[in-house]
Design a protein around this ligand. Sequence first.
Ligand code: CP
Length: 337
Amino acid sequence: MEFAGSHILSVHQFERTDVERIFAVADRMGPYARRRRVTRVLDGAILGSMFFEPSTRTRVSFGSAFNLLGGEVRETTGFENSAIAKGESLYDTARVLSGYSDVIAMRHPVAGSVAEFAAASRVPVINGGDGSNEHPSQALLDLYTIKSELAGRGRGIDRLRIAMVGDLRFGRTVHSLSKLLCLFERVQVTLVSPGELRMPGEIVEEMRRAGIEVIESDALEASISHVDIVYSTRIQEERFGTQAEADLYRGRYRLNQSIYTHHCEPNTVIMHPLPRDSRDHARELDDDLNDNPNLAIFRQTDNGMLVRMALFALTLDVVEQVDKHARDVNWYTAGRF
Ligand code: CP
């Protein structure tokens, strides 16, 4: 695909070569994300950051990624701080805010809303999550993490064996990741969820059509015994009608060190898009895994910086200029990832 000036709305936009291009650019962002070098390549550029749902990682890392490239960030968080609360349409909001920004990152609770906004925007829009539909930058950073974790074992993404666990019905990260895996060869995906929270049938069919071996189960221990990656997810309580309904499923699947030791292969990588729900009645990924070297959740969040910097560099067409506007840092930098 042509990245310059393009919206990033769905992983369906990508061919395998596009994903490889994003990962190659992400690799080049390492010295900047790790604070070894500083670049001002986006000096003067403005990111419009519009998050109409709660977010820690996506909102802050999109903003920090833009800052690390030398640009500035203008944030709108929550409908209550936007004229949308006064009845303004997404069309008008997009027409206005795209006049104030060079690129926009947006999260919205309604599936399809970011695409609707992008259709009226005069600048590229990156989907930071639209309802239970998609979260393309998360899927890219997840896949980048999978690639990095397996590379140390002399493996690539082809022939991946992954178990996705939890709320597969509403979890947009697993929707996007499943679609992205369709670009790779001989992948095996085990879907572990309560019957009511199964992966949408059209995504399962899409994976099967792409040649992925898909296994569906409601049993955790038996499903994680022969996989490279266990990808745990939170019950998406914000998508349920009531908390009582979400409570029916919270805590159903809990991965802890004991279960890992007894059921997983020794080097199985543990991933989660975060936030994990650390309340006692949930704990889908227990704190007692924190010292497990195969827990990759914070490598995922670090990798998010690289991938989001790459998306900005590509959509604003500055990849080849990043290093020309760079210098070494002149402050103490602690050992980062
Ligand atoms: N993974 C993710 O989307 O996290 P946030 O909701 O904190 O952005």
